[in-house]
Design a protein around this ligand. Structure first.
Ligand code: TGC
Ligand code: FAD
Length: 399
């Protein structure tokens, strides 16, 4: 059998992007890369097969302040550039999409809105503990009957004299059953969507894990049920009213996914290249055949294009000129790219490629989820189509 190759320390950089990064960016990437090589890659196949999230990673990543790393230092976060943040996501997803997912939800979907829309007391209560990985968050937007169209949510928030009562069901919630705080989005009697920081120990709240996944198996995905759940006024995000607020959180998470997908693709390409150089068929390495070379060249070209897209997206974000449509284009392109690269890598690995001793199949299976969540490929097509044509093709009535 040809040995599995995980060449995490040699960075794939065909177009010479490395010198454009700052010293801090490179140091961050290489530090996270070493953690992933040591702590994730050797054991992730077994965890994935067992359907277990490697929870021991949380405190290790927290000790390095990798959660919400682009948020300010005054709240215990690392205060890094958006490019450094993207490189963290790339390295985590080079290990496994589920590990990057954990970090995306924690940082972009829970810490970001607490920072952007929370009260000072909420920031002080949650951000330092979440940055350190001492507290875990989940983000409940999707429902059994409302995924791509969150405006159609049925979870309701009724006002009381001292707060709110929530009723409804959230579906497909990453970190759902391991969260210390659930950021639940619900519609009030006034038709406005608001963000509620729910303590999972509150009577009426329960989380139920989904065990039948053939994708993202090393990640916790849950259903959240809310039955007459009381939330005090101090646990409502004071600036978090309106659909645009949860959507702005998605922009942050999609930004990280655009980088993360590159990491998954790099892992698959490097594995396939190493295998093809060693695997003999018809008296020569399969890497010496034209068809395998074409596959590898296509994979490398696609990864390089995606790296350039992610890098420029990061520059726009750092400059404050990034639009959410830019993020849609990068998420849509880079995830579909990674899916194609993972499938090609699996093909090159032949039968060995269907096992979890190699990484391509696990990445390909995970990327099916990544292609669907945070806006499906089709939804991003329609977001971009609306932006360039001015016509809304989602199905809403035209003005
Ligand atoms: P629409 O009229 O488009 O928007 C309402 C208001 O929000 C603004 N907006 C955004 N702002 C910031 N970032 C974005 N991405 C934004 N998208 C829209 C928009 O400008 C508008 O503002 P205003 O001031 O004019 O009111 O609303 P719509 O109902 O037509 O939305 C349609 C659509 C498709 C764009 C949107 O609903 C959508 O993106 N759907 C996909 C849903 C989705 O991605 N869900 C993800 C759930 S979380 C998850 O999957 C976590 S996975 C775990 C992990 O991340 O690893
Ligand atoms: P639907 O919206 O029902 O779409 C089904 C199909 O129809 C898709 O192919 C879609 O592209 C297509 N479609 C929909 N509308 C249109 C249209 N107008 N035109 C053309 N085609 C259309 N959500 C959270 O809130 N928090 C989380 O932490 C979270 N984690 C997740 C983790 C995993 C592993 C997965 C798989 C999902 C997670 N999600 C989470 C949910 C995710 O965001 C939704 O699955 C996603 O938004 C799509 O919604 P849906 O599955 O209901 O599909």
């Amino acid at each position: 059998m040809v040995a599995s190759m995980t060449n995490g320390t040699a960075r794939l950089d065909y177009f010479g992007l490395d010198p454009l990064l700052t010293d801090e960016d490179r140091l961050t990437r290489d530090t996270v890369g070493r953690v992933v090589d040591r702590e994730v890659i050797p054991r992730i196949g077994r965890a994935w097969l067992a359907g277990e999230f490697p929870r021991e990673l949380v405190s290790k990543l927290g000790a390095l302040r990798l959660f919400g790393a682009n948020l300010p230092q005054e709240y215990g976060c690392a205060g890094m550039s958006n490019i450094a943040y993207g490189l963290i996501m790339q390295e985590l997803e080079r290990g496994d999409s589920g590990v990057r997912s954990f970090a995306s939800v924690q940082g972009a979907l829970v810490m970001y809105p607490i920072h952007a829309y929370g009260s000072e007391a909420q920031r002080q209560k949650w951000l330092p503990a979440m940055a350190a990985g001492e507290r875990i968050g989940c983000f409940g937007l999707t429902e059994p009957n409302a995924g791509s169209d969150p405006a159609a949510m049925q979870t309701r928030a009724r006002r009381t004299s001292d707060g709110w009562i929530l009723d409804g069901t959230k579906m497909w919630i990453t970190n759902g059953s391991i969260a210390d705080v659930a950021l639940v989005w619900a519609k009030g009697d006034d038709g406005q969507i608001r963000g509620f920081l729910v303590d999972p120990k509150t009577p009426g709240f329960s989380a139920h894990d989904i065990h039948t996944k053939a994708s993202m198996r090393a990640s916790v995905t849950s259903e959240l049920v809310l039955e007459n759940v009381r939330v005090h006024e101090e646990d409502v995000l004071p600036g978090g009213t309106g659909l645009g607020k949860p959507l702005s959180c998605l922009t942050q998470a999609r930004y990280g996914i655009a980088w993360g997908a590159v990491g998954a693709a790099i892992a698959c390409y490097e594995e396939a290249l190493g295998y093809a150089r060693e695997r003999m068929a018809f008296g020569r390495p399969i890497a010496a055949t034209q068809i395998i070379q074409e596959r590898l060249v296509n994979m490398l070209t696609e990864i390089t294009t995606a790296q350039l897209l992610a890098y420029q997206l990061g520059r726009l974000k750092d400059a404050g000129t990034m639009r959410y449509t830019h993020v849609s284009m990068a998420k849509r392109n880079n995830v579909r790219m990674a899916l194609r690269v993972a499938r090609d890598a699996r093909t090159i690995l032949g039968a060995y490629g269907i096992t979890l001793e190699y990484h391509a199949m696990r990445h390909a299976a995970n990327l099916e989820s990544v292609d669907t969540y945070e806006g499906t490929y089709d939804v991003h097509t329609l977001i971009l189509g609306r932006d360039i044509t001015g016509f809304d093709a989602f199905g809403a009535p035209q003005a």
